[in-house]
Design a protein around this ligand. Structure first.
Ligand code: HEC
Ligand code: HEC
Length: 317
């Protein structure tokens, strides 16, 4: 009996030792460092490229990077008491030291593809654009470099991330890790191929699926259609006041999705944020007012082609 107690005590001591070592490692080891490999990218400043970039930046990037001065100066992204700890989106205005003024085009392209910033830090899986075409990525960079009311240098400086123990563990134990650099050029489908183009816009560019599938945690950023509950909504998302809003089911289900909507209903909802019953959508849902008729039609055609799905569980809560 005594012997068994002794052995149990040793096993418990060893286990505690292992746990303590992991906790100390997670807490004190430096964050992983990554190599910055500037990617070859041709940035054109012609007006069609800058306008295309504006469309993407003002709808996608601005959602998270809109700061107190209404520029792309960054805001609190995750609260100190949240699971990950306190994280602010960055100042990505043209400020030379506080913003992205010092980035070279290739470094920015590398950041947007892999998530590794100019200093070699992986900033997390919150904003990755692995399937956006090279041309659209170049357009984003062209607009970020342009002199517009939201890209003008802002001298707002945001706090560095202060991760919780869980946040640190996710980075240091490699659960959160950068994406690979693409090995070939990435092209968008032709707009005349409405279905493929609609899918490209709804996934790779405007990331509708990210909010409109079950949860950010189960999304598949490389192959979006493998995300759990793809486009069936139910993802609980925080608005700018950190109040939870549940994303909508966008499949053609008549009961749960947008199956009984007309194309015009859809247009009005995504451009102006107004439902057919006149309700205003939460501001978590970006206003896609800059999208052309062709783009909205393509997204609509793609959503109509999806199987009608039951809503995801979170929505039912
Ligand atoms: C879902 C929210 C979200 C979206 C959408 C988003 N970002 Fe970010 N971005 C962040 C957060 C959060 C950080 C900073 C995290 C940190 O510093 O740890 C960040 C950091 C960055 C950085 C790194 C700055 C640096 O040097 O550390 C760049 C560049 C950037 N974003 C550009 C963009 C662009 C361009 C877009 C649109 C194509 C975009 N982001 C869309 C949340 C977002
Ligand atoms: C940042 C997250 C986010 C992104 C990105 C996003 N949405 Fe939404 N969307 C939401 C949320 C949350 C709601 C529910 C708002 C509410 O209940 O007030 C919503 C509501 C909607 C609705 C209304 C549906 C209904 O039944 O009322 C439509 C239509 C819609 N989104 C389409 C889109 C499309 C198309 C895209 C991409 C072009 C998109 N959304 C991108 C978060 C997002």
């Amino acid at each position: 009996m005594k012997k068994i107690l002794k052995i149990s005590a040793i096993i418990i001591a060893v286990l505690l030792g292992i746990i303590l070592t992991v906790v100390l490692y997670v807490n004190f080891a430096p964050m992983p460092e990554h190599t910055v490999v500037p990617l070859p990218i041709q940035v054109s400043y012609d007006s069609s490229a800058v306008n295309q970039g504006r469309k993407i930046v003002e709808t996608v990037c601005y959602t998270c990077h809109k700061g107190a001065d209404e520029r792309l100066s960054g805001a609190m992204f995750s609260k100190p008491e949240s699971g990950l700890g306190e994280i602010w989106s960055a100042n990505i205005t043209n400020h030379s030291s506080l913003g992205i003024g010092a980035y070279r085009h290739g470094e920015l392209a590398h950041m947007l593809r892999t998530g590794i910033n100019r200093k070699g830090r992986f900033i997390g899986p919150f904003m990755l654009f692995p399937n956006m075409s090279d041309q659209d990525l170049a357009a984003v960079i062209a607009y970020l470099r342009s002199d517009s009311p939201i890209t003008r240098p802002s001298d707002i400086s945001n706090p560095k991330p202060s991760y919780s123990l869980i946040g640190k563990a996710l980075f240091k134990l490699g659960v959160f890790k950068p994406l690979e650099i693409p090995t070939s050029t990435i092209n968008a489908p032709a707009p005349s191929d409405t279905l493929a183009y609609g899918k490209y816009l709804a996934t790779s560019v405007f990331a509708c699926y990210e909010c409109h599938s079950r949860s950010f945690e189960t999304n598949d950023v490389l192959i979006p259609e493998n995300s759990e509950g793809y486009f069936a909504g139910g993802n609980p998302i925080e608005d700018r006041n950190f109040e939870i809003v549940i994303s909508a089911n966008l499949t053609p289900s008549k009961e749960h999705g947008i199956g009984s909507w007309s194309k015009d209903d859809f247009k009005r909802a995504i451009r102006q944020g107004i439902r057919p019953n006149q309700e205003l959508l939460s501001d978590v849902m970006p206003r896609f007012s800059l999208l052309s008729d062709q783009e909205v039609n393509a997204i609509w055609t793609y959503l109509e082609s999806l199987p009608a799905s039951e809503p995801n569980l979170a929505a039912a809560k």
